[in-house]
Each structure stands twice: as structure tokens, then as C-alpha cells.
Design a protein around this ligand. Structure first.
Ligand SMILES: [Zn+2]
Length: 332
């Protein structure tokens, strides 16, 4: 029986159930938390932990069995706090290795540990760190990462981003855990990610091209899907049409078209909500009433059914496809 690593240890993939494939539990900025903890934990750490536990209990009550926490290095990962939260709520949380940046890399990587080629092979401490998260656990906690996260934003594939994409690809091939990404659909840079992963020998069916659900460009989406990848329709609730982030109905119409063409076996759903962040500006998400982790089960799924997406297709996107992504295992 295939297993996947979660915060509470390995679980059988068949027990994952309905899964939100791209969320965040905590974003805690490490140096701020260390030196100015009152600025990171507003109201105190105990208070924050309690409120996130309450949020996740509600998510579970609304039918979600598993959350993939796509919070990598650079995004504010705090594995001990996530574990403390998960101790108090009965939900599977799969956590991420990887690194989250749009371009900037700390001097540690740039100057202390640049990638180098030895005997024709690239050696990069990034790859070693990702593999350590997956095989030994994160930050000495023993909690193993079950997914590798990477980002390509508006800056595109800068030299730093390319270094990261290739390091992620190597760690994936070494460990077999799936890759999940952040993209910007206006620049169609999911295609750049696929190109670099393919150059590194990655089987693109092991990759989730994230935030693709922000796009209404069916030609772009079909190209990603036809190359074998799964796409993340993973920002339900983040409705800011002026910023190119379409409303629910527009997103669902795009998915209904793809489902009608037979692509429901390569789509996963989520919100990209953070339960608690010390850096997300209130102005960004605070006023978005639907941007909560119960939105997909409560509003999106009924709206999908009303638009002609079938129960079976919903079940594929919520349960079957996540399970399949975690069941594709082994190095290659
Ligand atoms: Zn995210």
C-alpha cells in the first residue's frame, strides 16, 4: 500500500480523502520571529495556534480530509508550530520542501554555496537540502516533506530561478516526491517550468503547475495538460478581477470546458489561503469574504455541479487526482 508523509507520520494514500492541494498553514518570517516575536505572533503564539486549530477543525467538518501546505523555505515555514497545531486537529497535513522566491536568493546560496559542476554533474546545496527535508525531515523535527515547491513569478526564469528549478528537478528525481509550483498565468510561465523540468528528465505527469486556474486561456491550459502535467485550480476565493484574478463563475466555466474535453483527470482544487501570516497585507486578502478554506466544499463544488461538471469529475479533482499524484513514487 503506497504511503505519503504527513505531519503526523506516514499515511496510506487511499485514506487521503478530499484534498486541498495548495494551501498554507503559517507564514512566519524566521528572523522577525526570532528577534521580534511579538511582531510575528499578533496576540501571542498560543493565541495564533488556537485560532488556526479552530480554522482547521472547521475545514475538516466541511469535508476536507487532507491539506497540502505549500509553505517552503523563504515563505515562512515553521514546522514545530505546524506540528503543534496538527496535534490538536484530526486532519492530514502534507508539508513542502523547496524554496519560494521570485528571484532573490540569500547570500548563503549566492556566495557561500553557489552551484558548481563536478565531472559534468551539477552539485547544488539546494538539492541536498530538499532531499534532506524529504528523507530525514524538516529542521530536525522528523516531519518529512511530501512535496517540493518552487515558484516562477513575473520576473520569469532569472538565473536564480533557473538554478532553483533545476535543483528541484534533481531532488524530485532522487526522491520521487511530486513537484508543485507557483506561476503567473499572464506570462504563461508554466511552460517555462515544464521546459526546464523536461530538460532535467522530469516526467511532467509528476508535476502540478500551480495557479493555472487564474487563466481563461484554454490553449495555454491544454498545452500544459497535454504535456502530462496536472494543473492547480488552486485560488478559489481570490477574486480580484482588476488584478487578473477572475471571479468564481469565470474560473468554473473554464474548468467545465476542460472537463468536457476529458481533462478532469489532471485538475486539482484549492484556495491558496494562509491560515495565519505575519506578512500578508490585510489589504490583499482580508476583505475577500470567500477566500477561506471552506469555500471549495461549500460554494465551488455546488456551483460546478450546476454548471454541468459531474459528481464523478468533482470526485476526481478533489480525491482521485491528489491520491494519484502521491501514489506516483520512486526515484528515476
Ligand atoms: Zn501558495
Amino acid at each position: 500500500m503506497p504511503k505519503v508523509a504527513t505531519v503526523r507520520g506516514d499515511v496510506d494514500t487511499e485514506t487521503l480523502g478530499q484534498t486541498l492541494m495548495h494551501e498554507h498553514i503559517l507564514n512566519i518570517t524566521p528572523e522577525i520571529e526570532k528577534e521580534y516575536p511579538d511582531l510575528s505572533w499578533i496576540g501571542g503564539k498560543d493565541h495564533v495556534v488556537r485560532s488556526v486549530v479552530e480554522t482547521l477543525r472547521e475545514v475538516k467538518e466541511h469535508g476536507i480530509d487532507t491539506i497540502v501546505d505549500c509553505t517552503a523555505l523563504g515563505h515562512g515555514r515553521d514546522i514545530d508550530a505546524v506540528r503543534r497545531i496538527n496535534d490538536q486537529v484530526d486532519i492530514n497535513i502534507i508539508v513542502a520542501s523547496g524554496i519560494y522566491t521570485y528571484d532573490h536568493l540569500p547570500f548563503f546560496f549566492l556566495y557561500g554555496h553557489p552551484a558548481r559542476t563536478v565531472d559534468g554533474k551539477v552539485e547544488d546545496i539546494l538539492t541536498d537540502m530538499f532531499i534532506r527535508d524529504i528523507t530525514e525531515g524538516i529542521a530536525g523535527s522528523g516531519v518529512k516533506a511530501g512535496v517540493i515547491k518552487t515558484a516562477t513569478d513575473r520576473a520569469g526564469v532569472t538565473p536564480n530561478v533557473e538554478r532553483i528549478l533545476r535543483a528541484v528537478a534533481r531532488a524530485h528525481r532522487e526522491t520521487g516526491v511530486p513537484i508543485t509550483t507557483h506561476t503567473v498565468v499572464e506570462t504563461r510561465n508554466g511552460l517555462d517550468q515544464q521546459r526546464i523540468f523536461a530538460e532535467e528528465g522530469v516526467d511532467l505527469s509528476r508535476v502540478i503547475i500551480g495557479h493555472s486556474g487564474d487563466s481563461t486561456d484554454l490553449e495555454y491550459l491544454r498545452t500544459l495538460l497535454d504535456a502530462g502535467s496536472t494543473i492547480g485550480a488552486d485560488r478559489f476565493g481570490l477574486y480580484l478581477p482588476d488584478m487578473g484574478l477572475p471571479e468564481m463563475d469565470v474560473r468554473i466555466s473554464t474548468l467545465a470546458a476542460l472537463c468536457a474535453e476529458g481533462y478532469s483527470d489532471r485538475i486539482v482544487l484549492s484556495h491558496d489561503v494562509t491560515c495565519y501570516s505575519d506578512w500578508e497585507p490585510q489589504a490583499f486578502g482580508g476583505h475577500l469574504k470567500d477566500w477561506v478554506q471552506t469555500h471549495v466544499t461549500d460554494e465551488v463544488v455546488p456551483a460546478m455541479l450546476a454548471k454541468g461538471i459531474t459528481e464523478e469529475q468533482v470526485s476526481q479533482m478533489m480525491t482521485g487526482n491528489p491520491r494519484r499524484m502521491f501514489e506516483a513514487q520512486g526515484s528515476y
